[in-house]
Write a protein that binds this ligand. Structure first.
Ligand SMILES: NC(=O)c1ccc[n+]([C@@H]2O[C@H](COP(=O)([O-])OP(=O)(O)OC[C@H]3O[C@@H](n4cnc5c(N)ncnc54)[C@H](OP(=O)(O)O)[C@@H]3O)[C@@H](O)[C@H]2O)c1
Length: 329
């Protein structure tokens, strides 16, 4: 493999990182497994293992020196995204991560866009279930329009077995969440609104709460949306808030649905994606993005949103996951 195709996974030892390493291997892209400690990488048989602390700028640059794409799976991303993405830009490496944290995305857009444009690299946070999937789905629903007065995003999970990383990240992310109103990012109302959403089976009719993730910031980056509200059903939040809920082992039986609606009244256009396990299904999304960064099927450079860089409809139809389906109209 030439240097121009080398892919490094930082945070490879985590639950999500392992899915990503497996998916890269499955697609014939031998990964370099990396993280903050070599001892945590001993579980991998991959020939190349590399370690550097997130606080070690020269070490991170050395990690990425001969790498084409770095995939950051080490969260909280409020701690890891900026130092690793900065090292990526400085070494001419494309950067992807899986953050659901809105401030982590805002930080990369603010701090690294100009430098990434100069370096002709892509910095793309939130290329994951939370964030990128809704961004791509909305972009596909809108087609060439790129604007909408009213958008709702609803995520339905039949249950949630959260990882330690999810729990730590949730505790670390105390920023007020943002929605879009009158075309601008504004704080969510307090208390958060509640509602009902009729998801496709097996999730069905659910109580929901307004709970926006990183998709709000990525969408605001490249689409002109008047009002955007994001909802999550409340049942999985009970699992998340219960300290007794077990972490997942391997790919779980969890089912999900992501719905995007555009418009109001009788003029509603809808996009729906369904699948199994929000952690496992993040891997084929990320690796599809990686493949496209490697073979040139993307637009632009700088800090980019998923639907800004990739042909959204084609991307969603290409995700190689037997449990994943997406449709819109
Ligand atoms: N947006 C989405 O849809 C989505 C999907 C999946 C995951 N995520 C996010 O991805 C993150 C990881 O999730 P996970 O399920 O893989 O959790 P996990 O199994 O607990 O793994 C966490 C990983 O992050 C690494 N890490 C944590 N803090 C670090 C630091 N300061 N420096 C370097 N490495 C650090 C850990 O390294 P050690 O092994 O050395 O401890 C480990 O590799 C979480 O923030 C989660 O919310 C988001």
């Amino acid at each position: 493999m030439t240097d121009s195709q080398r892919v490094l996974v930082y945070g490879a030892s985590g639950h999500t990182g392992k899915f990503v390493v497996d998916e890269l291997r499955r697609r014939g892209l031998q990964p370099i497994v990396a993280g903050r400690s070599l001892s945590r990488l001993a579980q991998f048989t991959d020939p190349e293992r590399r370690a550097a602390s997130i606080n070690d700028g020269p070490g991170l640059r050395a990690l990425l020196n001969d790498v084409a794409v770095v995939i950051n799976c080490a969260g909280p991303f409020l701690d890891t995204a900026l130092p690793l993405a900065k090292a990526a830009v400085e070494t001419g490496t494309h950067y992807l991560d899986v953050t659901a944290e809105q401030p982590a995305v805002q930080q990369l857009y603010r701090e690294l866009d100009a430098a990434a444009r100069s370096a002709k690299t892509v910095v793309m946070p939130a290329m994951a279930f939370y964030g990128g999937l809704a961004d791509l789905l909305l972009t596909a629903v809108l087609g060439p329009e790129k604007s909408a007065d009213e958008v709702e995003i609803a995520i339905g999970l039949d249950r949630w077995w959260p990882t330690e990383g999810t729990r730590v990240t949730g505790a670390r992310n105390t920023a007020t969440r943002l929605v879009i109103r009158d075309g601008a990012l504004v704080p969510i109302s307090d208390p958060a609104a509640t509602g009902e959403w009729d998801f496709p089976e097996p999730i069905g009719a659910q109580s929901t709460v307004e709970l926006p993730f990183s998709e709000v910031v990525t969408i605001n980056r490249h689409l002109a949306v008047g009002t955007l509200r994001s909802w999550l059903n409340t049942a999985p939040l009970d699992d998340l808030h219960d300290p007794e809920t077990q972490a997942p082992h391997g790919r779980s039986a969890q089912r999900f649905a992501v719905e995007v609606t555009v418009g109001s009244g009788t003029q509603i256009r809808r996009g729906t994606a369904t699948g199994r396990d929000i952690y496992a299904s993040t891997a084929p999304i990320l690796v599809e993005a990686t493949a496209r960064l490697l073979d040139g099927r993307y637009r632009g450079s700088g800090a980019l949103a998923p639907g800004e860089a990739f042909a959204a409809a084609d991307f969603l139809q290409s995700i190689p996951d037997a449990d994943f389906e997406a449709a819109w109209g």
